[in-house]
Structures are given as C-alpha cells and as structure tokens.
Design a protein around this ligand. Structure first.
Ligand code: KG4
Ligand code: ZN
Length: 346
C-alpha cells in the first residue's frame, strides 16, 4: 500500500472536521459540532460559516497534535467541495487550497456523497465490488450500485424528504429538539413500535427503488393533531412519546430496508453498505445486521464515520488520488499531483 498522508477537511454543514490519514488509516479525526444551532431547531447557514472560520485553525492544530504528524509530512490536502451550504464549503475549500499552495502539495476536491459511500472502507472489514450502498443523511437518501471505485449508478432516491430530514422534522413535532435523529432514536429505545402503524409507501413500478418520507411526516402530524397531543398534560405526553417515536422509527427503517433488499434480489448482489448520519440509528443497524443470517455481507460504519467527519473525505481523496481519475468528479477542480500545476490553478 502507498503510504500517502492526507490532510482532509469537512465543513459542508455544521461540523468542522479535520482528519489526518496515513494511507487508508485515520491517525486523527477531530470533529467539532456546532451546538449554537440547536436553539433554532435547524442549521443557520450564516452562523455555520462564521463558526467554521472561528474553529478551523484550532481543530487543525488539534488534529496535528493527535496524529503526531507535522505539516511537512502531508502529501495531499483534500476538502469537501459539494454538496452543502455554500458559505460553509467555501471556508473549508479555501483553507485547504491555501494550505496546499503553501505546502506545494496537490489539492483534491471531494464530493461529500462519495465520501459517505467510501466511509465503510475506514473499517477493517471492507465490502467487495460490486455492492449496494444505501446513503441516508440529513439532505440525501439514495440507493446506489457501486461497481468499482467512482463507478456508481443511482438506482433509487427520495422523491421528497430525505430520511434524516424526516427524523429531524418528527423530532420537532414531538418537542425533542435538534438534531432529531439521535433524539428520536434514544427515546424510541424505551417505546413500543407496535403502538401505532405509520404508513410505508410502495411504488407501483416494481423496478423503482425510490423512497418517500413526506407521507410519513404528514401521518405523524395528523396523528398528533387527532390525539390532541399538544394539549395533553406533560405526564401523558411523556408516557406516549417513546411509543410514537418507536412506531415512527420502525416505519422509516422498514422502508429503507424493504427497498434495499428488493434491489439486492433484483440485481443479485448480496453486499450491502449503509452510510450517512441515519446509519447511526440503532434499529436500522439491528435490522440490516439481521440480514447476515440470510447470507448477506452487511457494512455499516461506526458512528464516528456515519455522521459528518473528515476521515471519510480523506479516504475518498486517497482513492481518487491513486486512481487520478478526472472523470470521477463531474467538476473541473480535480487537480493533478504536480505542485506547479497547483500554483497555476490557484
Ligand atoms: O450525514 P450527516 O451527518 O449529515 C448530512 O450529510 O446531512 O447526517 C445528518 C442526519 C441528521 O438528519 C440527523 O438527524 C441524522 O443524520 N441522524 C440520525 C441519527 N444520528 C444522526 N437519524 C436517525 N438515528 C440516528 N441515531
Ligand atoms: Zn453527510
């Protein structure tokens, strides 16, 4: 294995994260989560950019300290370039480009969704190609057939809300705060999933592997209205909230599971990877891991690599750098590994 040392930057949303990797192995993966958004019930873009500016130097210093590396040890600098909040992305991109220019090292821009897909390679057990990747984050829900490195085919996606977004909205309705996924997950562990049957959409066309979460969200809204949830005593609410959360979580996870399994049968692929923030969900992991009993190879990253982190940006940059495949990204920013070229492009 080539021992390339990568410094990776992730600032697409509300996590300022810097990682240092040696080959595929993270030596440090520092994640600073911006809690100032919590009181607004969602991420405030302008605040996110400002906090990245404030945090990025310290997070970088901390990552160097933890890894034992020095700036001169870095061979490649990488940062998320899309998708995400533009102001937030600009902070990481410009920080990365400046660092690469100063160190006279190549800069590799990384697509955040690709990075979630390759996050499973940060673990010891890696999937073999081809595999199905279910990407479930705050902004995306995609089912992707991964044939090889940077050879992907999207076979399903959400037609409305993303899975994480549905968890966040449900949490708001139940007064559980932001971020909603972990809050619902925690309280659902104490509830009865059979308390209420929330709808699981089915698409008419058998070859469709799309997802829809807006019906589930509306069903919860009407359920709460019809039961007078908002005017209940806090004691009554406290009693039923875990059951509602558990029922909601089950409907969301079943939809994700059903579609993925159906696609795996149709495509004859028994390697399944699940990634993105929602893959940290307790029930989701349990349900997907159960498939191992039926001969599936199932890969879910540990929570540190499920939610936004720079280690996944680093490993994706590493694969991309080795392959040096300009076509891997539908973007002209991919820079070849020649310092002189870097200087021209900056
Ligand atoms: O991948 P991620 O960290 O950021 C994006 O790229 O969007 O995903 C964030 C999403 C949020 O919607 C959050 O509520 C959800 O992942 N999430 C969870 C859990 N942990 C995070 N959803 C369900 N259960 C969890 N345990
Ligand atoms: Zn993400």
């Amino acid at each position: 294995m080539v021992m390339i040392r990568t410094l990776a930057i992730e600032t697409s949303c509300d996590e300022t994260s810097i990682a240092l990797l040696e080959g595929k192995r993270p030596l440090a993966n520092i994640i600073s989560s911006q809690i100032s958004h919590n009181k607004f019930g969602g991420v405030v873009p302008e605040t996110a950019s400002r906090e990245h500016v404030r945090n990025i130097m310290n997070v970088t210093k901390f990552a160097f300290e933890k890894s034992g590396l020095k700036p001169d040890d870095v061979d490649v600098v990488a940062a998320t370039y899309t998708p995400g909040l533009i102001g937030a992305l600009l902070v990481g991109m410009n920080f990365g480009k400046s660092l690469a220019a100063t160190l006279e090292k190549p800069f590799v821009p990384v697509n955040h969704i690709h990075a979630h897909v390759y996050s499973v390679f940060l673990e010891e057990r890696e999937p073999e190609f081809p595999f199905l990747s279910l990407i479930v984050s705050g902004g995306h829900t995609l089912l992707v057939l991964v044939n090889d490195y940077f050879n992907h085919r999207i076979i399903g996606s959400t037609i409305d809300d993303a899975a994480g977004e549905a968890f966040d909205k449900a949490s708001k309705m139940l007064g559980l705060g932001y971020p909603g996924g972990p809050a619902i997950d925690r309280i659902a562990e104490m509830g009865d999933e059979n308390f209420h049957k929330f709808p699981i959409p089915e698409f008419k066309n058998k070859e469709e592997y799309n997802f829809s979460f807006s019906g589930l969200k509306t069903a919860l809204l009407y359920y709460l209205k019809n039961t007078g949830y908002e005017t209940m005593s806090s004691q009554d609410r406290g009693e039923i909230t875990p059951h509602i959360a558990a029922s909601f979580r089950t409907a969301a996870v079943k939809q994700l599971l059903n579609n993925t399994v159906r696609a795996s049968i149709d495509f004859g692929i028994n390697n399944i990877a699940v990634c993105g923030g929602v893959s940290a969900n307790t029930l989701l992991k349990k349900e997907f891991f159960k498939l191992r009993k039926s001969g599936y190879n199932v890969f879910v990253p540990s929570t540190e690599y499920s939610t936004d982190n720079a280690a996944m940006i680093g490993i994706t940059a590493y694969f991309s750098f080795l392959k040096n495949n300009r076509n891997a990204f539908a973007d002209s920013l991919m820079v070849k590994a020649e310092p002189r070229l870097n200087k021209v492009l900056f």
